[in-house]
Design a protein around this ligand. Structure first.
Ligand code: ZN
Length: 380
């Protein structure tokens, strides 16, 4: 379907490799998306995807916000004081020119894979204090759709991805919500956006309660396709929620997630990206039911029926860019080349050290080396 031209910032895009620049930027340009926020996740072999994202920011300084992932190596090296290392890393990211922090550490599969402390534990204390004090924007992935904990309801595709969490070896989603809410009770002004509607699209009353309680909390619209099926069950109720919390909801699509999670060879695909845009914009802008005209990864195929809530223009403008600008800033911060070069050098060392210490991790310095060369040349 065709959408009207509007000013849009996509607040949640993944960029797994520097070679994706051309496809990503041309897909977004064709779709009329003006700016984007790249959210960085930890990487087993390369440790960090921040260098790739900083390179994209340098190539498109007016357009690209970067939310840097935390350096997780302290969890292995100095686990007792990891929180202090994370707090320090907030400064490192900021000095490089990152616009905020992304945490995917609340995904249950991550919690299991990495030796992560409980979010409300003392270890994290210095980090949360730093985040609250500096008002650094945080995009935080906590939990996953609740059906992933339910053997009866978990979708087959989620099982295939290794996202069935009901066998007792993963963190319980309610326990994890409680940990995060404890953090917010200590720091009610934390400048946080919970990705994927905090996975509470099926419990709007509860979610509204949190938005009332924590004035700086936002949520993003990034699928989780279950979100749009939940909204479709009662579009009037969904619409009321969007009107009531119109200042707290941020547009995002997860473009690039497939390339990150499933198929790095395929890169960022146009068709899949357009389906993501179509799900979210169709829901916000259409009146009544609609089907997708693009083919998306995990989106239920061409037969799935969605319901639009036809929001008014001024609410759309808030969700499409004003709320993101209020959460982050009106324009992306400039890249500090020297700081990026320095961080690339440190990462190179860490990647090699991790390969020695922690078999299966580290070892791939191809991205940091490339990015370091780019910035070294461009500052010469
Ligand atoms: Zn994502």
């Amino acid at each position: 379907m065709a959408f009207a031209q509007r000013k849009i910032i996509d607040g949640h895009i993944h960029y797994a490799h520097y070679s994706y620049e051309e496809p990503l930027m041309s897909i977004l340009a064709d779709a009329g998306i003006e700016k984007l926020a790249v959210v960085c996740t930890p990487d087993e072999e390369r440790l960090s995807l921040v260098p790739d994202a900083m390179l994209l920011k340098a190539q498109h300084p007016e357009k690209v916000y970067v939310f840097g992932g935390l350096d997780i190596s302290p969890l292995f090296i100095t686990p007792d004081i990891a929180g202090e290392a994370f707090a320090h890393y907030v400064d490192v990211l900021s000095q490089m020119g990152a616009d905020g922090v992304k945490m995917v550490e609340g995904k249950a599969e991550m919690r299991k894979r990495l030796p992560l402390p409980d979010f409300d534990s003392e270890i994290y204390g210095p980090y949360w204090e730093k985040m609250a004090e500096t008002q650094t924007p945080l995009i935080f992935h906590v939990n996953d759709p609740e059906e992933f904990w339910d053997a009866e309801k978990v979708p087959d595709w989620a099982r295939e991805m290794g996202w069935f969490y009901g066998d007792g070896t993963y963190i319980d989603n309610e326990e994890q919500y409680q940990q995060v809410l404890n953090v917010l009770d200590r720091h009610p002004d934390l400048n946080v956006t919970f990705a994927h509607f905090f996975f509470l699209s099926g419990q709007l009353g509860r979610l509204g309660g949190y938005l009332e309680r924590y004035p700086n909390m936002h949520i993003d619209l990034t699928p989780g396709i279950e979100m749009y099926f939940n909204f479709a069950k009662d579009p009037d109720k969904a619409r009321d929620f969007f009107i009531q919390y119109q200042d707290r909801i941020i547009y995002g699509t997860d473009i690039g997630a497939r390339a990150l999670l499933r198929d790095r060879e395929a890169g960022i695909e146009e068709e899949e990206s357009l389906a993501r845009i179509e799900v979210v914009r169709g829901f916000l802008e259409n009146e009544g039911s609609f089907k997708l005209t693009h083919e998306g990864f995990l989106f239920g195929g061409s037969e799935a029926v969605f319901q639009g809530i036809g929001l008014p223009d001024e609410v759309l403008d808030k969700i499409y860019y004003q709320n993101f600008e209020a959460f982050a800033s009106h324009s992306p911060k400039p890249v500090n080349k020297e700081a990026v070069i320095e961080e690339c050098q440190r990462l190179e060392m860490m990647i090699n050290a991790m390969a020695q210490m922690q078999p299966g991790s580290g070892g791939d310095t191809s991205s940091v080396t490339k990015v370091k060369e780019f910035f070294t040349k461009s500052s010469a």
